[in-house]
Design a protein around this ligand. Structure first.
Ligand SMILES: [Zn+2]
Length: 437
């Protein structure tokens, strides 16, 4: 007897990224009500469905999970490059934001970024910015999942405003939206007062939230913390109680071994943003140290103002190569292991590993389908190898989020790409004009 589903994807190759790293050949992914309900050999013909996708010459992997981004910065791509982080941030990005951003620009820029993420195979992002409803609406429109952090910069808090005030309201307002959720993102230990960091911890504890913070991105940040607090940044987080709650540290480049030891056994993970860190010359994160200590980490894009793209697969390849070289060890971060850092380990970092990060029955149908029928991908001996070392975002053919096909044949299905490009051109001119005044 055949049973009926919403979507069947017939695949040459499925890399499940489950705990046994099972590879399923000539299988189908069966989707109903947004979830994977079966992974079975195509020849069994157990299912019929309203929609079918043909995955001949393709590899299915879990939808990629981006653990650190700033979606609304899309329109700042390429506006200020070749600068160190503190000058880039204080003399360019923050003043540009103050001059040019409002909620409609943020919405449009976030929609641009969300569409670009989907085209790169990303099905969920963890964003940190202001104007959360604008970001939530943009992600919903494009069909991208997003955990959106209420960004806290103490100098920008309104009179009487406390960390978490907006988040409480928005969690209620968007409770029926399956694509978006909200958490708390104190920007950094240098942009937040101690009292705001303490309040953030209290709110995270009360609401059982993941806290998201930039940390140890530059040597200077560590030195300032040592001068001001007499301790290193991770010790300061410990003093604030942040190591007792789920925590996502963005960067963590200049963490020393004593700080890594403090993270062992906690619920902290790290989002490492190789391309952004290289371009700002912030440094190279100690991935080998984290691996040796068993600290969970993921590879993330950061915003396009510092990356300057959202091609997380290309970034994964760069990361694997870089860390083999600096550790003088070509066996470090082998391809299958590397891929975990944008799938299951990234899901774990966001606390969503029960429902995402691998292709398994019962999990959300968040799927990235990569086309290997091209000169750069043939012959194909090992799919993990091609994904990490030969492919990039341009190999993404289809993307499914919660059972909905949001990219098909390389084209966005929910938003008009030409319109997004036209808008970006328009805003580009406007931003230049506003900056010149
Ligand atoms: Zn960032």
């Amino acid at each position: 007897m055949t049973m009926h589903a919403d979507l069947i994807i017939n695949m040459d190759t499925i890399l499940t990224m489950d705990k046994d790293l099972r590879q399923l050949d000539d299988h189908q992914i069966v989707v109903k009500d947004g979830r994977i309900i079966d992974l079975c050999p195509q020849e069994e013909k157990r299912w019929t469905a309203s929609k079918t996708l043909d995955g001949t010459d393709c590899i299915a992997i879990p939808g990629l999970i981006n653990t650190h981004s700033h979606l609304p910065m899309s329109y700042f791509r390429g506006l200020a490059d070749d600068l160190p982080l503190d000058i880039w941030l204080r003399e360019y990005i923050w003043p540009m934001e103050a001059k040019t951003l409002n909620s409609s620009v943020i919405h449009d820029a976030a929609l641009h970024g969300a569409a670009e993420m989907l085209k790169n195979g990303i099905t969920m992002t963890h964003d940190m910015y202001f104007e959360m409803p604008a970001i939530a609406d943009a992600c919903t429109k494009a069909g991208l999942r997003a955990l959106i952090g209420e960004a806290i910069i103490s100098a920008r808090l309104a009179e009487g405003q406390k960390p978490g005030d907006q988040l409480r309201i928005l969690r209620q307002e968007y409770r029926d939206n399956p694509l978006v959720d909200f958490n708390l993102s104190p920007h950094s230990i240098y942009a937040c007062l101690r009292s705001d960091l303490e309040t953030s911890v209290e709110v995270a504890q009360e609401l059982d939230l993941l806290l998201h913070i930039h940390l140890s991105e530059t040597k200077e940040e560590v030195q300032t913390c040592l001068n001001k607090r007499g301790m290193r940044p991770v010790q300061y987080l410990k003093e604030l109680g942040m190591l007792e709650i789920p925590l996502l540290i963005a960067h963590g480049i200049w963490m020393d071994e004593s700080e890594m030891d403090l993270l062992v056994g906690t619920r902290a993970s790290i989002a490492s943003c190789t391309d952004s860190n290289l371009k700002l010359a912030s440094g190279i994160a100690p991935l080998k140290g984290w691996t040796d200590k068993g600290i969970n980490f993921a590879i993330a894009t950061d915003g396009v103002a510092s990356n300057n793209d959202l091609d997380i697969l290309a970034e994964l390849g760069n990361t694997a190569r870089l860390h083999k070289a600096i550790n003088e060890d070509p066996s470090f971060l082998p391809a299958a292991e590397a891929l975990k850092h944008v799938t299951i380990n990234a899901a774990r970092a966001l606390g969503v590993e029960e429902s995402r990060g691998s292709l398994e029955i019962g999990k959300d149908a968040d799927i990235c389908i990569l086309d290997h029928n091209s000169l750069c991908c043939q012959p194909l001996y090992n799919p993990y190898s091609h994904i990490v070392y030969a492919m990039n975002g341009r190999n993404v053919r289809d993307v499914v989020v919660g059972g909905k096909i949001v990219v098909q044949g390389g084209k966005l299905t929910q938003v008009d790409e030409a319109e997004l490009i036209a808008k970006a051109k328009h805003y580009g001119k406007r931003i230049l004009k506003e900056l010149s005044q």
